[in-house]
Write a protein that binds this ligand. Structure first.
Ligand SMILES: Cc1cc2nc3c(=O)[nH]c(=O)nc-3n(C[C@H](O)[C@H](O)[C@H](O)COP(=O)(O)O)c2cc1C
Length: 324
């Protein structure tokens, strides 16, 4: 498998719609901290999607489905109809995808109303049917994985759902340790991830509320797993993935132009980091989004000043202390 090896630990960048888009993936994979990324979900509704729909959202597909730093990007699709999902997965492959991930975790009401995401966790046989249809359509050399929550309302649903996904032919399963009803409210429950993993023979990736080394150690203990996906922590504590790699005995991947993570909370320390991000993501709103995440876990001390600013120029001006 080009993404996940059963024998090697891995740190994976979580898909986050509206956050981990192609510019962000290009930026953050320059750290050398992530073994692969998963794209934001692409929703399949009344018709299968054509290859061009993927090229628009995932430009990496034009370059072997890898970021400029050569980190693989898996394409995530979401939907409830096995045949349309299978045809769409094939279109993604035609567009250049080298791996497909199926979203059974999205809690958004519009998505769930339209028969996609976490709502499918109530129907294990449908999860199996979707995985099987996609697996049958996609050439064997490309992995097909599934990402799911513990359940819709009952966390015990995970045991059956992972087995069904395995029976359908999933290459691995990523589990976010919360139900749909639990949304994003802490804590995440890691023990049920470990229990579900013990019921299948494919690899399982643990996900949810990993922000510190202490979290990682507890998650390792409670799950017995070696593959971890980091979502909000990748933005809020960008150096965490580096510590996680060290703890797992993984090297920092060497990049042509390595992105350095500041160790101080002061504005000037972050000037280069934000300047680099602005080169791939020129929108001031997105720079502010990154600053807001960094603020949530205390990585920066200057959110109150930045939140009043609008443009990229103003934000970079503040960080570099230039007169505006
Ligand atoms: C803003 C946002 C957008 C998300 N979008 C997706 C998505 O497109 N596909 C998906 O499978 N999960 C999505 N998730 C869930 C994350 O991948 C991850 O499972 C969740 O945030 C828990 O991990 P964390 O605690 O490390 O953030 C999203 C989460 C957030 C916060």
């Amino acid at each position: 498998m080009s993404f996940l090896s059963r024998d090697l630990p891995a740190i994976i960048l979580a898909p986050m719609e509206g956050v981990t888009d192609a510019p962000f993936r290009e930026f953050i994979t320059r750290t050398g901290f992530y073994d692969y990324c998963v794209s934001e979900f692409i929703r399949v509704s009344s018709h299968p999607l054509p290859p061009r729909a993927f090229l628009r959202h995932i430009p990496e597909l034009r370059h072997g489905s890898k970021t400029a730093s050569n980190i693989p990007v898996q394409v995530q699709i979401l939907g409830g109809d096995p045949s349309r999902m299978a045809q769409t997965a094939l279109a993604a492959i035609e567009a250049g995808a080298i791996g497909i991930d199926l979203n059974f975790g999205c809690p958004a009401p519009t998505v769930n109303r339209h028969d996609g995401g976490a709502t499918l966790l109530k129907f294990p046989h449908r999860i199996e049917a979707i995985v099987r249809a996609v697996r049958d359509a996609v050439p064997e050399k490309y992995p097909v994985s599934a990402k799911m929550r513990l359940g819709f309302d009952a966390p015990t649903a995970i045991d059956e759902n992972v087995k069904r996904a395995e029976q359908g032919g999933a290459s691995w399963i990523t589990i976010h340790g919360r139900t749909k009803i639990q949304g994003y409210t802490p804590p995440a429950y890691w023990k049920p991830i470990g229990q579900a993993a013990r019921g299948v023979s494919i690899p399982v990736v643990a996900n949810g509320e990993l922000w510190t080394l202490e979290d990682l150690r507890r998650c390792q203990e409670e799950t017995g797993l070696r593959h971890f996906m980091i979502g909000r922590g990748a933005l809020a504590v960008p150096g965490f993935a580096s510590l996680a790699r060290q703890a797992l005995g993984l090297p920092i991947l060497e990049m042509k132009s390595q992105l350095m993570i500041p160790t101080s909370t002061e504005p000037a320390a972050w000037a280069d980091f934000f300047t680099d991000y602005s080169k791939v993501q020129p929108a001031g709103s997105r720079l502010k989004q990154l600053a807001r995440y960094l603020h949530t876990k205390g990585s920066i001390t200057w959110w109150d000043q930045v939140k009043t600013l609008g443009s990229t120029e103003e934000i970079l001006g503040f960080l570099t202390n230039r007169a505006l």
